[in-house]
Design a protein around this ligand. Structure first.
Ligand SMILES: [Zn+2]
Length: 305
């Protein structure tokens, strides 16, 4: 059950690029600079809601070429002055039904990022578990934390990261974590009480008027936030919008923008930089349209105590 794609060595990266017919939109001379860059171990990059079709020329009805949008985000990430600690891709990799060809095209467009850092992949409601797992067999990490789900936890200097799998049924909007995964999360959080915990899953908490998200489990998560004060942030996608708000418990709610298409005209698409500090984090929106009024806005969050 792959959830993490390890960073590729320069040799492995170039081998794969050659096998892919050098289809990557980068000159070979640019590769050298990626491998030579310093790493900032406190910085993490996020991508969400890519919705990639097997046909890289596919355009969403809004006119957006989703594969080109992902490629443009990847170019921006590759041009960033430092390498991140990790990149987290937060679900809806595939267009609609999680078809094998969708993941093949996604993997090709994501490839340059794999030269920079490990990539953690979460599933969304437009992904299909078996096809997803089959798409990255050579990178498969056998995680058996929760049966038939791909929850995982990894540590960093200033926070522990908890990756959740909220895919219930492919191409059905709401998400479900399930009792086993919620128990796993509570156990893993209890085992790590001293460091800030950041939870990342595809679906949003259910609020009045929001897109159907974790309808059945929002109350359970609110109880968990109350019981586990080390939980400082909940990061999700799914709504195809960008916002940072605060839950009544003080937990920061970070709604990642899509790289693909937006639901509402004028809202931003792109990716997000997060740099952790001891008592909080900076979040920066990086828009595909660099003229968007919210592009490059940095929000400095202080964790609840
Ligand atoms: Zn989506």
């Amino acid at each position: 059950m792959p959830v993490t794609l390890p960073q590729l060595s320069r040799r492995e990266f170039l081998k794969r690029a050659a096998l892919a017919g050098a289809a990557l939109a980068f000159a070979p001379s640019s590769h050298a600079s990626w491998f030579g860059k310093a790493r900032d171990r406190h910085t993490f990059f996020f991508l969400s809601d890519m919705h990639i079709a097997a046909d890289a020329a596919f355009k969403h009805k809004s006119g957006v070429n989703v594969a080109e949008n992902l490629a443009a985000c990847v170019r921006q990430i590759a041009a960033w002055p430092v390498k991140p600690a990790a990149v987290i891709v937060n679900g809806d990799l595939a267009l609609k039904d999680g078809l094998p060809g969708d993941y093949a095209t996604f993997g090709k467009r994501l490839a340059p990022v794999r030269a920079l850092a490990a990539v953690h992949l979460n599933l969304g409601n437009h992904d299909e578990r078996e096809n997803f797992w089959n798409a990255f067999p050579q990178d498969a990490a056998k995680l058996k934390s929760v049966p038939q789900k791909q929850a995982a936890v990894f540590g960093s200097a200033h926070a522990n990261w908890f990756l959740l799998d909220s895919l219930d049924a492919t191409n059905s909007t709401p998400g479900v974590l399930g009792a086993e995964q919620l128990d796993w999360l509570a156990r893993e959080l209890s085992a790590r009480p001293d460091k800030p915990a950041i939870i990342v899953g595809h679906h949003n908490l259910q609020t009045p008027g929001s897109v159907d998200g974790l309808k059945r489990e929002t109350a359970a998560l609110a109880e968990l936030f109350a019981r586990q004060p080390q939980v400082k942030a909940f990061i999700h996608g799914h709504t195809h919008d960008w916002s940072i708000t605060q839950h009544v418990s003080g937990v920061q709610l970070i709604n990642l923008p899509p790289t693909g298409y937006v639901f509402k005209d004028g809202r931003p698409n792109g990716w997000v930089r997060c740099t952790l500090g001891k008592i909080g984090a900076e979040f920066e929106l990086r828009c595909l349209d660099v003229k968007h009024p919210e592009h490059a806005q940095v929000q400095t969050l202080k964790w609840r105590v």
